[in-house]
Design a protein around this ligand. Structure first.
Ligand code: NAD
Ligand code: UD2
Length: 303
């Protein structure tokens, strides 16, 4: 039985990962400051250390006696990074350096969350891991910084890591009431309650949505692939969906009429985001299996 540390384990993706680790019989320890996560999300049987991932002493304590670490704690919002550039940087990049530094002292391999935000202005779709990264947000720049420090950790300190560039993740426990929530949780919540939804711009913009259970499978498969070469993998479906298609599908699944309003487009928003899942398929032997329709049905059932 292995002991696994999950930072951010009280959050949306982390809580699903902890449940999967417990289900396969691992001991699970969570480090979380409960800033966006909730203790109610803690997987049964997991232990919780409440603390800041950017505090080196806290992270060293959390990693003692651990066999492997999943590092998911972050301020997971582009908008928060716009408002609080330095504050989010402390968590998103300094927190990751604190974690990697402690992990190399303990010799603990790390799988960490990166983001499609590292691609930023890259426009040759679908995005594959080899294209030049040109982040446009503090959030994306810090995630790219995490990847670069992971390379340093491998090269200079012999630490094994793997990074996962999540595209738009959705599923149960993604908080629809948060101002930074994803479009699927907002639309699902509003449409099922018969409320109108707001589409920013013409609604023809597209995203690559990936269901949280597929993300968890990818996290589990990435740990054996962690190496000093610090590989990174896209976690995406490889299928584009427009915001209008999404709204129509949610209305159809929930049996509600669609009340849709257009609002001005978001400033500096990316028009199309689409990932290429081939590298993860080749090297991790996995690709997302859950169709958008099935993942949405699970999400709606949870509401
Ligand atoms: P989330 O906000 O639900 O989870 C993040 C967790 O980290 C929360 O429980 C929060 O309380 C905790 N946390 C935040 N700051 C902390 C700190 N300083 N110390 C300790 N804990 C702290 O977000 P999520 O969607 O589950 O995201 C998980 C990871 O995946 C993040 O690294 C995020 O950047 C990345 N990611 C998510 C998406 C997505 O679509 N949800 C896309 C790309 C990348
Ligand atoms: C996602 C991530 C962000 C970052 C970014 C990287 C989430 C919540 N956000 O931003 O953290 O990783 O990808 O590129 O996962 N929309 C509406 N109406 C609404 C809400 C959204 O029309 O009420 C549109 C929005 O304009 C966008 C699309 O839906 O075109 C997706 O929005 P989002 O906030 O879910 O995610 P995104 O891709 O902007």
């Amino acid at each position: 039985m292995a002991t696994i540390l999950v930072t951010g384990g009280c959050g949306f993706i982390g809580s699903h990962l902890c449940a999967a680790l417990r289900a396969r019989g691992d001991r699970v320890r969570v480090l979380d400051d409960l800033s966006t996560g909730s203790e109610a999300n803690l997987a049964p049987g997991a232990s919780l250390l409440i603390g800041d991932v950017a505090r080196p002493a806290t992270v060293r304590q959390a990693l003692a006696g651990v066999d492997a670490c999943y590092h998911l704690a972050a301020v997971a919002s582009v908008e928060r990074g716009v408002q609080d550039w330095y504050g989010t940087h402390c968590t998103n990049l300094s927190g990751t350096v604190a974690l990697l530094d402690a992990a190399r002292l303990h010799g603990v391999p790390v799988v960490y969350a990166s983001s499609a935000a590292v691609y930023g202005a890259a426009d040759a779709l679908p995005l594959h891991e080899g294209v030049a990264t040109r982040p446009l947000s503090a959030y994306g720049a810090d995630k790219l910084g995490c990847e670069q420090h992971a390379l340093v950790a491998g090269h200079t300190h012999g630490l094994r890591t793997a990074g996962l560039r999540f595209f738009n993740v959705y599923g149960p426990r993604q908080d629809p009431r948060s101002p930074y929530s994803g479009v699927i949780s907002i639309f699902s919540d509003r449409i099922t309650r018969g409320q109108p939804v707001q589409v920013f711009g013409d609604g023809e913009q597209t995203r690559d949505f990936v269901y949280v259970a597929d993300v968890v499978r990818m996290l589990l498969a990435a740990m054996p692939a962690a190496s000093t070469a610090a590989p990174v993998y896209n976690v995406c479906s490889g299928r584009p969906t427009s915001v209008l298609e999404l709204a129509a599908l949610i209305a159809d699944l929930s049996g509600q009429a669609l009340d849709l309003h257009h609002a001005p487009p978001r400033a500096a928003e990316i028009r199309h985001s689409l990932g290429q899942p081939a590298l993860a398929r080749r090297e991790l032997g996995l690709q997302p299996q859950t169709s958008l329709r099935d993942g949405l049905a699970e999400t709606l059932a949870w509401l």
